[in-house]
Design a protein around this ligand. Structure first.
Ligand code: SF4
Ligand code: SF4
Length: 520
């Protein structure tokens, strides 16, 4: 067997991985909670429209949120039961904002809606994409980008390489690792479907070499399924090897430049969990209603659970028993995760990990010091950015300049902040700058929209005025023509009357002359 040549990506770090506590036990299916609050907006793109009403009974897998717009995804009931309400609930986001949820009281039967496999092999590509959109499958590596938009052979009509991302480089998180160990065949079959849909010449499954059990299970699955052109490739453990561009670089040597897409280079990347979900959606007709979630950190028993979307995080944490000194809940890992506003927020499609924190496990960061422009952050950056420049402009709110330094190419991996000797929470500054830019763009779009509506109204009023004037002018011309015609008819009639009178007079005169004696 020849060893595949691997490549390096720039930067990266080697944090403590802390994965062992949560990958010691098999995945457990989390029990049904007393109530599910399923957010309608769980993916990148438009907010799905609610398709059910309070008081309705729904079945597991029933569509409850329809996609809105080209980039959007469907949402389904994750068990059977009664829709109690459709109302705003606190979201799993640091903002502490609420968003519309379909609140379901489970009936305990967990009864599936009528499901049927999707005959994707005999369907046109657009029809398969529509089916995937309706199944609610999104990227489960954390990006939650609707998958149907990525199932595309690209401009050249086929992909050179399909990358399946099983790197899972973030500390503490083991959901992909455990799913690969326990469901390797399903993942390989999902990867084969993606290979066929994207007409990929080869499929490379990249797995960090700190997951030997997963690598072995996936290799066995490739042999067992007999799927051709699929190769399991162990890659060196280095954070963030699981970033899409970083894994593509390691596996293919292709450097995807700033502002371009990997498909421009004939490569597309899907997470292993997404490949699993695509198999379930197409071959079994099962929409995405749950995912594997790692619960780790300050808990008695770190473990992975299969959790229905809408389950309160506190219910999942309770299964692992949080220790008494717990002081925070993070969704995601310590490098890229977000602090949650409360433990009542629901598990959503983006929830790969619930990391339970304590002052000992995650001590408060030391005080922030001035930047000494040492350049360590730039050396650690896997996307070849200059974090200290972006930090300076983000902090000074000169957002245009931050964008010039490719702020939006930052994948928020946290490597820069991890190495910064001045303890500057660089990623916080970048997230702040991005949200400010998005807010301004939204405001501008709203203002542009209002201006367009105003201009449209003015144009419509002008058009209506002109149409009204034209109608009045036409009416006046018609009346004038009628009057002229009537006047002309009058003249003719008068002439006829006069002629008749003259004729009568002449006839009378002639009669008189005939009757006069001696007139001969
Ligand atoms: S590592 Fe920290 S101190 Fe050094 S240049 Fe970057 S931001 Fe400044
Ligand atoms: S967070 Fe952004 S700037 Fe910092 S290392 Fe990662 S990609 Fe580079």
């Amino acid at each position: 067997m020849t060893l595949r040549q691997l490549f390096h990506f720039n930067g990266g770090v080697k944090p403590a991985y802390n994965k062992e506590p949560s990958n010691a036990l098999p995945i457990m299916v989390a029990p049904l909670p007393a109530e599910l609050a399923i957010p309608l907006h769980q993916s990148v793109g438009g907010i799905p429209r609610p398709l059910v009403q309070a008081g309705e009974h729904v079945r597991k897998g029933q569509l409850i949120g329809g996609p809105d717009g080209y980039v959007s995804s469907s949402v389904h009931a994750s068990t059977s039961g009664l829709v109690k309400a459709i109302e705003p609930r606190l979201m799993p986001h640091t903002s502490g904002l609420s968003a519309l949820c379909v609140v379901i009281e489970p009936d305990g039967k967990d009864e599936w809606a009528d499901l049927a496999p999707i005959p994707w092999r005999s369907m046109k590509p657009d029809e398969v994409r529509d089916a995937l959109r309706d199944s609610g499958v999104v990227g489960l590596g954390g990006a939650v980008f609707p998958s149907y938009l990525k199932v595309n052979p690209g401009k050249q009509g086929h992909l050179n390489t399909l990358v399946i991302n099983g790197a899972e480089c973030e500390p503490f998180i083991t959901c992909d690792d455990m799913q690969m160990r326990e469901h390797a065949e399903t993942i390989i079959r999902g990867a084969a479907i993606l290979r066929d849909l994207t007409k990929a010449e080869q499929v490379l499954v990249g797995i960090e070499d700190n997951k030997p059990e997963a690598i072995a299970a996936m290799q066995v699955a490739v042999k067992a399924t007999g799927e051709p052109r699929i190769e399991i490739v162990p890659v060196p453990t280095r954070y963030p090897a699981g970033g899409a561009k970083q894994l593509i670089r390691v596996l293919t040597g292709i450097e995807v430049p700033h502002g371009t897409r990997s498909t421009d280079y004939g490569v597309q990347c899907f997470n292993t969990g997404t490949a699993f979900a695509i198999y379930e959606a197409l071959e079994l007709g099962r929409p995405l209603i749950s995912r594997i979630v790692t619960v780790a950190g300050n808990v008695e028993t770190a473990r992975n659970y299969e959790v229905r979307f809408g389950t309160p995080m506190k219910d999942v944490i309770a299964l692992s028993k949080a220790k008494p000194d717990t002081n925070r809940i993070v969704m995601g890992g310590p490098m890229m995760g977000f602090a949650m506003p409360a433990d009542t927020v629901p598990v959503v499609k983006a929830t790969n990990c619930i990391l339970v924190g304590s002052p000992t496990l995650f001590p408060p960061p030391p005080p922030e010091m001035p930047c000494i422009r040492c350049g360590e952050c730039a050396r650690a950056c896997p996307t070849d950015l200059q974090p200290f420049e972006m930090y300076w402009f983000s902090r000074a709110r000169i957002f245009g300049k931050a964008q010039e330094y490719h702020l939006f190419d930052c994948i928020e991996c946290g490597c820069c902040a991890y190495v910064c000797g001045s303890n500057i929470p660089l990623v916080d500054y970048f997230r702040f700058a991005k949200s400010e830019i998005w807010a301004r763009e939204n405001e501008k779009a709203a203002a542009d929209g209002a201006r367009e509506r105003y201009e449209f109204r003015l144009a419509r009023e002008e058009r209506e005025k002109a149409e009204k004037a034209a109608k009045l002018a036409a009416k006046a011309a018609e009346t004038k023509a009628k009057l002229a015609a009537a006047a002309s008819a009058d003249d003719e009639q008068k002439k006829a009357l006069i002629a008749a009178a003259v004729a009568r007079t002449e006839a009378a005169s002639a009669t008189r002359q005939e009757g006069t004696p001696g007139a001969d």
